[in-house]
Design a protein around this ligand. Sequence first.
Ligand code: IMP
Length: 197
Amino acid sequence: MNIVLATRNKKKIEEIKRIVKDMPITIYTLNDFPDCPDVKEDGNTFEENAVKKAMAVSKYTKMPALADDSGLEVYALGGAPGVLSARYAGEGADDRRNFEKLLSEMKLISDEKRGARFACCIALSFPDGKVETFMGYAEGRIGREPRGSKGFGYDPVFYPIGHNKTFAEMTDEEKDALSHRGTALKKLYEYLKGRSS
Ligand code: IMP
């Protein structure tokens, strides 16, 4: 099977290539389709955005396409920043400005009410219109100050449940074993294994 990844993000491309390396699957990326139009991520849920991206790329390339969308949901903030995670502190804001805005919004929230989760939706869309989705979550809580320098995004302020280290203080392997993306990718792996065997 051929699959186009609806991304130009090197880290995501490597991650997906790693999980399908033993399967009869050839991975293409948007770098192989430079004229494929960009898709606006204007959905209200991670699933809506991932499905929209995968379907657009599958329609354009006439090949199965895989897209993902992810972000952080803080319960005390009604699920914010959610689908706006990448631009919480404004269009073009960097990771530091985004997590600093979050810490500031949560200043008055007590330790018991700082629960949050990362969510990731992976969508696999086929040229006949069929779409499969795979969700993954990582439950945890938001700290009061950033800790650690690894990872990206909100990693320095997110403590996965049962751990006293933030994602930004963990190795890639430690984070992958707990993360929302890791969990969604495992479900995708099982699905693809079932199809290719
Ligand atoms: P996207 O799915 O790559 O568009 O990511 C959306 C945004 O969610 C990122 O810019 C980060 O702010 C946040 N995010 C998603 N996954 C993670 C993660 O594993 N760690 C930290 N932040 C994340």
